[in-house]
Design a protein around this ligand. Structure first.
Ligand SMILES: Cc1cc2nc3c(=O)[nH]c(=O)nc-3n(C[C@H](O)[C@H](O)[C@H](O)COP(=O)(O)OP(=O)(O)OC[C@H]3O[C@@H](n4cnc5c(N)ncnc54)[C@H](O)[C@@H]3O)c2cc1C
Length: 444
């Protein structure tokens, strides 16, 4: 097939679209404003340490993810993480729940009173009743559940103690989000995904987009400024920071715009009213993180230490990377990453590195003895766009958008990204594959 397709954005959504389009026989060119692929799926090596600066873990159970890992030649790197061990802090003490023995540990823990534990059965029933709705590619049916925040649901069905010491820490660990602001739909999604095993890539999760990008015609340092769509094709305009390629424009038969909606809105303003409503409503949150390399591996068992909102307005979670996955540090060394809550991160985005590191250390010292003496590397990571917020009402707009995609013939300009219905790698890849499929249909 002699059609040329542009993919704008070399995050995992764009690279999935590129992979599927190339497999279908199209000529694909990928535009990326940075000098590297991966966007928010990004890892780096610093001395002895491999640090996942973006995506922390990959949710198993997705044939598409398996396909991409195989296409990147990374099967040998792709491994299940050890079962997640979570410690939730209550009144300054970390209480541990091992996902290998969730019932035993939940029954035995003094994190929750007996009354609260009994009420958790209601949450299991609510999840089982609706679990089929939570699927990476589907938003239809979610609006009916999208009527209250996580905190409102928890207080109504499970009681305040569960809201404070279970639901809030879960929301904060997976989304670094405030349970009072996000829809209960996101919480159910999160619970469902906890049933799947987590995977990582031993050279860092960012090695997947790096491997996929090697198989495509990549235009790095090309910041796309506009995508113009008409009946004959899509014209892509860019500004180049690459001396080999001047700024310019090129006509393609079709295009996948795989940029987060706040950016996509500026570059491709010619969209339907339904899509505009969704894209204008989607607000991306920010995130600050501090990554630590330790001379000696901490003895702590947990994969993640969870800080509840009611006791800690700033710190959301610490991941013990060396308990999460192989390959993050040599056997004797340790690696920890501290993540700050989204709204707090947005408000304190310009805080100095020194002040942020000092705050992270203050929050972590009670749980990781001799941290200061043990530190051999520390640095701050800032994500201005971390993940889309999920306020109550957003799933109605997602449903409307998805119905409009099904009802109308495919456009030459398709959109992909982690904007619906549950932000993350499985969703971003599903949306990239969906955009590619609609373009294949267009030229069938
Ligand atoms: C710290 C962190 C932890 C996370 N943890 C997890 C996790 O454990 N599990 C999980 O499933 N998900 C996780 N996520 C979310 C996951 O990484 C994202 O959902 C996913 O990577 C989004 O992919 P994307 O392709 O939609 O967007 P992006 O990765 O944002 O890709 C967009 C790309 O477009 C490029 N771009 C922007 N503007 C232009 C322009 N004008 N022209 C050309 N290119 C442009 C960007 O540089 C970028 O490469 C995490 C994210 C972060 C930041």
């Amino acid at each position: 097939m002699n059609k040329s397709i542009a993919v704008v954005g070399a995050g995992i959504a764009g690279l999935t679209a590129a992979h599927r389009l190339k497999r279908a026989g199209f000529n694909v060119v990928v535009f990326e404003s940075l000098d590297r692929p991966g966007g928010r799926m990004y890892s780096t090596r610093r001395g002895d340490y491999v640090v996942d600066l973006g995506t922390i873990g990959l949710l198993g159970g997705s044939p598409l993810l398996d396909e991409l890992v195989a296409a990147g030649g990374l099967n040998e790197q792709f491994a299940k993480t050890s079962p997640m061990v979570a410690s939730i802090i209550k009144h300054g003490v970390a209480r541990t729940i091992d996902s290998a023995h969730p019932v035993r540990d939940l029954v035995g823990t003094d994190l929750l009173s007996l009354g609260t534990k009994l009420k958790l059965g209601r949450m299991v029933i609510d999840l089982l009743r609706n679990h089929k709705l939570f699927d990476s590619e589907n938003a239809i049916g979610l609006a009916a559940l999208d009527i209250e925040t996580v905190t409102e649901y928890a207080a109504r069905r499970l009681g305040q103690e569960a809201a404070d010491y279970l639901c809030s820490p879960v929301q904060r660990t997976v989304w670094m989000a405030d349970a009072r602001a996000n829809s209960v739909v996101q919480f159910f999604w999160t619970l469902k995904q906890m049933a799947y095993p987590m995977y990582t890539l031993s050279e860092g999760n960012g090695s997947l987009p790096v491997a996929l990008a090697k198989t495509h015609d990549m235009r790095y340092l090309h910041a796309v400024t506009r995508m113009e769509n008409d009946e004959s094709g899509v014209k892509v305009h860019w500004q180049s920071n690459d001396a080999n390629f001047p700024s310019g424009s090129q006509a393609f038969d079709a295009c996948v715009c795989a940029l987060p909606p706040p950016i996509a809105l500026k570059m491709a303003p010619d969209i339907s009213d339904v899509q505009r409503k969704l894209f204008e409503a989607i607000q991306y949150t920010s995130m600050l993180a501090v990554h630590f390399g330790l001379r000696n591996r901490p003895a702590n068992r947990e994969t993640v230490l969870m800080y509840p909102e009611c006791e800690y307005p700033d710190m959301a979670a610490v991941f013990v990377n060396t308990n999460k996955a192989p390959g993050r540090a040599p056997a004797n060394k340790g690696s920890l990453s501290a993540y700050f809550q989204q709204d707090w991160s947005k408000k304190h985005f310009d805080m100095s590195d020194d002040a942020l590191i000092a705050l992270a250390l203050e929050r972590m010292r009670p749980f990781y003895p001799a941290l200061d003496d043990n530190m051999e590397d520390v640095f701050v990571q800032r994500w201005p766009l971390f993940a889309p917020a999920a306020p109550v009402g957003i799933y109605r707009l997602m449903e409307d958008y998805q119905r409009s995609l099904k009802a109308n013939p495919p456009s030459r300009l398709q959109f992909a990204g982690d904007f619906m219905p549950n932000a993350g790698i499985n969703q971003a890849t599903a949306s990239g594959a969906g955009a590619a499929e609609r373009i294949v249909e267009l030229f069938r």
